[in-house]
Design a protein around this ligand. Sequence first.
Ligand SMILES: Cc1cc2nc3c(=O)[nH]c(=O)nc-3n(C[C@H](O)[C@H](O)[C@H](O)COP(=O)(O)OP(=O)(O)OC[C@H]3O[C@@H](n4cnc5c(N)ncnc54)[C@H](O)[C@@H]3O)c2cc1C
Length: 508
Amino acid sequence: MKFYFPQAIKNMSSKTWRCCAGNGRGWMASSGEPDVLVIGGGNAALCAALMAREAGASVLMLESAPRAWRGGNSMHVRNLRCMHDEPQDVLVEAYPEQEFWQDLLKVTGGLTSESLARLVIRHSSRCRPWMRRHGVHFQPPLSGALHVARTNAFFMGGGKALVNAYYRSAQNLGVQVRYETPVRSLEIVDGRFGAAITETGERITAKSCVLACGGFESNLGWQREAWGQNERGEWPAENFLIRGTRYNQGVLLRFMIDAGADTIGDPTQAHCVAIDARAPLYDGGICTRIDCVSLGVVVNRDGQRFYDEGEDFWPKRYAIWGRLVAQQPGQTAWSIIDRKAVGRFMPPVFEGTRADTLEDLAQKIGLDPAPFMDTMHAYNAACRGGTFDHTTLDDCRTDGLSPAKTHWALPINAPPFYAYPLRPGITFTYLGMRTDHTAAVHFGGAPSANLFAAGEMMAGNVLGKGYTAGVGMSIGTAFGRIAGVNAAQSAGFTHPEFKEEFAYAAAH
Ligand SMILES: Cc1cc2nc3c(=O)[nH]c(=O)nc-3n(C[C@H](O)[C@H](O)[C@H](O)COP(=O)(O)OP(=O)(O)OC[C@H]3O[C@@H](n4cnc5c(N)ncnc54)[C@H](O)[C@@H]3O)c2cc1C
């Protein structure tokens, strides 16, 4: 691979900044104060660190996790949503700015900043050559994901390979990384960053700082507080599973809120998917998702259906089912299919419970068979013919049933039958810090001169609610890079090559 090494770095004296490659625990006090401190260790942090370093700044990254678990939620990702006006290597046809924007507008219901969203969209059309230079490889989607071949570029080797490539590149460029170094607070005076205080009480100063330490999704106590108690006396968040890292505890998000930073977003808004109830509490990742919902029916603990399983294509609906399940008694539900659905969805990592009759299935999964069978009989009787086609919004629908199933409604009558238990799987939360196009953190409406935020910590500026696949990485990559350039700028370093690119993104 040809290695990218900007002139600014080549010109740096080794005395001014000593590279500390290797096990990542080698921050040396003798290295002095870094120009730019990046807090976090996922995609947004890495993009910021690489850009700041390319500008010539010395950079120190502090990552909570040990090296083996580095990379936060970013290690679980598969793809990035990209605007493009014509086919681009792995991306087919075109996905113009206006279409991307309309998709975002629709899923957020207008809870988005148009200027920041458009900045992300434009940036997504230009960032991939830079990503490649830092070792990220792309591949066309595999058969189960062909529906996003036009809009999303897939990472070869997934998020783990992306994160590893960025760490390798950062290490080669001389970015210092300290693992197992959670930051608990910051020193901020009149909106200016002064120092970070680690959990062990160490004080680390820098000329500027980028906060890229995720949302608060992994903090079950905060989730409990945000979701509160429901009308049944349950605390819904007690039954949530976290799809990604355990290290996004929201410690600095809470600190910044208490320190008076301007915030954006609702703490209960999050990307929330229905996942297999048997998944681990943290880091189950993509393979615990249950993707057969639109091929069958979903019943709650009382054996009742509660939503149209065939409302729209699954990629446009999967992210509402976590919240739907969260509203059910016990925050649980079961996806029920028959033989006809097998082979038509991405098989989850856990096998479904199997039975030769629906009554047996109800018994095996611990549901009262009577109401369950009433639901199944009513559903089967309401299915109205049509030509089944899972690739279109077909005409197989129910008649006279509430809730209706409006597409792909085939009777569930071909044994064996399968049931998959569901629970809400939280991907990431949207409460974050308000920023502008420079990624600066704001206090009382005024931007900080040297404190920036990127990734999940500010994604709520673009995603007030809802989701469209791949946009988490578009936001983190755009704002990570912008934050890195501006943090370097505030420390006295100008990025050699990217002024033009940012001007392009801001102007178009
Ligand atoms: C299973 C799964 C699949 C996903 N798939 C996709 C996908 O295909 N496409 C897409 O666009 N998005 C996807 N997402 C969402 C995506 O992961 C996020 O939008 C994106 O990775 C966020 O990047 P980030 O850098 O902001 O946060 P993260 O990658 O989570 O990084 C946060 C980092 O901060 C560190 N940290 C936290 N607190 C502290 C502290 N106090 N001090 C120091 N360090 C701290 C953490 O250890 C972590 O390294 C997926 C998420 C999950 C969980």
